[in-house]
Design a binder for this molecule. Sequence first.
Ligand SMILES: Cc1ncc(COP(=O)(O)O)c(C=O)c1O
Length: 370
Amino acid sequence: MKSIPVTSPLLPPLEEFLPYLEEIWHSRILTNGGSMHKALERELCDYLGVEHIALFANGTLGLVTALQALRISGEVITTPYSFVATAHSLLWNGIKPVFVDIDPLTMNLDPAKIEAAITPQTTAIMPVHCYGTPCNVEEIARIADIYNLRVIYDAAHAFAVRDEGGSVLRHGDLSVLSFHATKVFNTFEGGAIICPDAKTRERINNLKNFGFVNETTVVAPGINGKMSEINAAFGLLQLKHIDQALERRRAIAALYRSLLDPVVGVRCPTPFTKGVANNAYFPVLIDDDYPETRDVLFQRLRAQGVMVRRYFYPLISEFPMYRGLPSAASANLPVASDVAQRVLCLPIYPDLSLADVRLICELVIAASEV
Ligand SMILES: Cc1ncc(COP(=O)(O)O)c(C=O)c1O
């Protein structure tokens, strides 16, 4: 039986990568902002339509450093419906996460519920553009403005996403990307912070290099968050293939949608139509009128070789280091708790064939026809 993974990395032909390696060997510069790193920064700014970027070894170090750079402390409002690194970055900074429920349509932080969670200790909001679907950025900005809060977007899923005004990464004080192997754009491991100005970028660059500002001066207990030349080189190569990869994702998502939309009990995500989506994931919600529960369908598809994932289940707020927080109570998070019980992410990646998409849909439809 063949196995279909939930994702598979965008990996250009190996021979295309060899000239980059030769250049690195020739230069003998392996890290610390070499020519590959500089070139990737330039090309990413062009591609994404942003002005200032700081590359990182991974997205988690980007989140931890973004909080440091803005000196965030006290309490931060965030979503329980995300990958655990979102909230972990707060704990690594000694910040208390305050979980707020999500919107059932976008699965992002529900702005209508943010104000009730603000206390005198609140200093920032950390929303996530979950699955690459933009948050309600206007409403979040309005609330942040009234209460003088900073906004750091976890934009790990939002590479290349654009709304009507341009890159979705321009919103908030900072946006943090992940270039992990499973992401739309990968550098094996990697990440980046999108910054509003050169000065903030410089501060972030110092923080990711142990806090050094020059050879002999250290101004903060910075971390080693630098991206290596080899990762940056791979990013440069990825950029040559990214448009084609995004096009493939679009075709796959469209086929899933056309085959699954009519299926009773299977809810496809509301398509993002006010800009350019990246189709980073294809989540579906399994409703009560589907003949199987989400978990029975999950087990059946896995037994049939389709490696679906339950992103995001359990909620972050259910993990031991968070569940004692008052905001982690499931009564405070009814929508997120319900969605986490219903969600199933179907395979989506550039090399997935449309025949396999049809096969996966047939397996889902099979139960609904029993
Ligand atoms: C929403 C979200 N935030 C943060 C991260 C962490 O990124 P990284 O794996 O690059 O550290 C990920 C994925 O890994 C993620 O999905």
